[in-house]
Design a protein around this ligand. Sequence first.
Ligand code: ATP
Ligand code: MG
Length: 230
Amino acid sequence: MPVISFANSKGGSGKTTSALLLASALAETRPTTIIDADPRHPITTWAEKTGRPETLSVVTNTSEKTILDEIEEAAGRDPFVIIDLEGTASRLMSYAISQSDLVIVPLKEQQQDAQAALDVIQEIHRDMKALRRRIPYSVLFTQSRAAVKSRTARHISAQFRNNDQIDTFDTEIHERDAFAAMFSMGGTVAGMDPKQVNGIDKALANIEAFRAEVVAKLRAIRNGETGRAA
Ligand SMILES: Nc1ncnc2c1ncn2[C@@H]1O[C@H](COP(=O)(O)OP(=O)(O)OP(=O)(O)O)[C@@H](O)[C@H]1O
Ligand SMILES: [Mg+2]
């Protein structure tokens, strides 16, 4: 039942990639729906290739008018619902956020992405005020280097990690060929051929750490254990 949205109005921050990584990992344990609300429909295109797990359903959203019904229907059917949102702030984004148990704000360690993430966080706070309910959210660093970080990357992640008002994932989604290859080849990282794609083991470990942290956050949220302002 938990609904998890990926939101950041900055294009290319890693929403679609991280949403598909999480959805494919969750689908290994329980039936999962991913709602493709990115107007370019990259997840729908991905699902048309071979290799989509049977336990992962894809719903293609085409209008803000239908998103609430699509979320309701998917949440009534599957244990996990993931929503991949478009790269601009919109009414559709607010609708999805209003129905979310957790909003994940992916962000590349670059200044423009950091600013956009702060804008999304402000938007979430406005939605919370309008709805008079707390909407847990957490920042996820994406496309980060697995090895040594640049000075800018360190500075940006420290801005968020040292802010005790903003929850952040300990896990970062690293920049990996396997993550981009999902979209060109279809299927999941687990189904890739190690002869064709490098670093599959590390990519799978990264996905599993992310999945486990999301599940732990959802459990803490359900038990009312999160101490953040989020
Ligand atoms: N962890 C990663 N490793 C390698 N490539 C990545 C990773 N995350 C994203 N990319 C690549 O960066 C580009 C943008 O990523 P993605 O489409 O996930 O961002 P987005 O936030 O959904 O963008 P948009 O706002 O346009 O919908 C894509 O080409 C994707 O393949
Ligand atoms: Mg996208």
